[in-house]
Design a protein around this ligand. Structure first.
Ligand SMILES: Nc1ncnc2c1ncn2[C@@H]1O[C@H](COP(=O)(O)OP(=O)(O)OP(=O)(O)O)[C@@H](O)[C@H]1O
Ligand SMILES: [Mg+2]
Length: 308
């Protein structure tokens, strides 16, 4: 079983409208609500490939119940910690004039008791899972070093940690030596505090993480592809050319794919090819974290891997 942790999930509400004008009544033509947050996206992808998943994190209010119902409907074992405040709902208005207006809620504040209840739930799940995926941002009330704490707890239980976050949360997880980490270029630059100019520099940084004790490092470069460093090997695969409709959750697709490869015992090359194919397939659909499996399979046959 795979466990996913989404500390700061959200409903992603997408609205379509003719136009958006501040200070006026703006009528929406259509609305779509989906359960979101990076860990939730990973969870949804794993379920599409029929992996057994237990989802943890914080959920509250009717927005929280909506997310839980959506995940449970996909066959996810929901072990979220219930909180007093409401889970976020982020509104994205796409208007015909070409503007995209985002209204992002501040999100709930987690209390000490809720945090303790989450740690207890997490500890229990560590006894039942093979790997745990820590994804996304940290809500208020949860310490910034939480991914370091969770990584050390997993280590003690002999459970591997896959980490995908940014800023201080990512730094904390890396310092605690997660098993795998998947920064994108911007996150990698944030970590080292300077701009990265070429692939050689990416490789140098990824290599330093491996030397520090992170077993697998995948650096995603959007439409440019994916670099994968493990032990003394470095592989790169170019992203296939696809008609990209929505690239949200491409990174989450890489993390989910890596988890599946780890469970199957894929070779490094196969693992990289699968991740590049699945994430490109994700980009071809409007809905994020929905993988057209036939497209992914077709792309997989064409991915070429370069050795460094
Ligand atoms: N336009 C695209 N066409 C094909 N593949 C893509 C495209 N955009 C992204 N990908 C694939 O998805 C992988 C992850 O994308 P990216 O680097 O944008 O992740 P990210 O910034 O972490 O995304 P998110 O956090 O929204 O999930 C890339 O390494 C690439 O293989
Ligand atoms: Mg990402």
């Amino acid at each position: 079983m795979i466990a996913t942790v989404t500390l700061n999930p959200a409903i992603d509400k997408t609205a379509k409208a003719a136009r958006m004008i501040p200070g006026q009544v703006n009528r929406m033509d259509s609305i779509a609500n989906i359960a979101g947050g990076k860990g939730v996206n990973v969870t949804k992808i794993l379920r599409q490939y029929e992996y057994e998943v237990t989802a943890l994190g914080f959920l509250g209010g009717y927005t929280g119940r909506f997310i839980k119902e959506q995940l449970a409907g996909m066959g996810v074992e929901c072990r979220f910690t219930e909180i007093g405040q409401d889970t976020r709902c982020n509104l994205n208005v796409i208007s015909e004039d070409g503007y995209v207006t985002e209204l992002l809620e501040p999100g709930p504040v987690i209390s000490k008791e809720e945090l303790e209840a989450f740690y207890a739930e997490y500890q229990e799940i560590l006894g039942k899972c093979e790997l745990v995926i820590l994804s996304g941002s940290i809500p208020k009330g949860v310490p910034e070093n939480v991914y370091a704490v969770l990584t050390k707890m997993a280590d003690k239980a002999g459970v591997k940690v896959l980490l995908d976050s940014s800023g201080e949360a990512l730094k904390a997880g890396i310092s605690a030596k997660s098993f795998m980490v998947k920064p994108n270029l911007k996150e990698l630059e944030g970590l080292i505090g300077k701009k990265i100019n070429d692939r050689e520099e990416i490789l140098t940084v990824a290599d330093s993480f491996v030397k520090h004790g992170i077993s697998h490092v995948m650096v995603s470069m959007g439409s440019k592809g994916l670099l994968y460093v493990h032990e003394n090997e470095a592989l790169y695969a170019k992203a296939p050319l696809v008609k990209a409709v929505n690239t949200v959750a491409c990174g989450d697709s890489v993390v989910a794919s890596f988890a599946m490869s780890l469970m199957k015992g894929d070779s490094m090359e196969e693992c990289l090819k699968r991740a590049v194919a699945i994430s490109a397939a994700n980009a071809t659909t409007m809905e994020s974290a929905v993988i057209p499996k036939d497209v992914a399979e077709e792309l997989y046959q064409k991915i070429e891997v370069e050795t460094y």
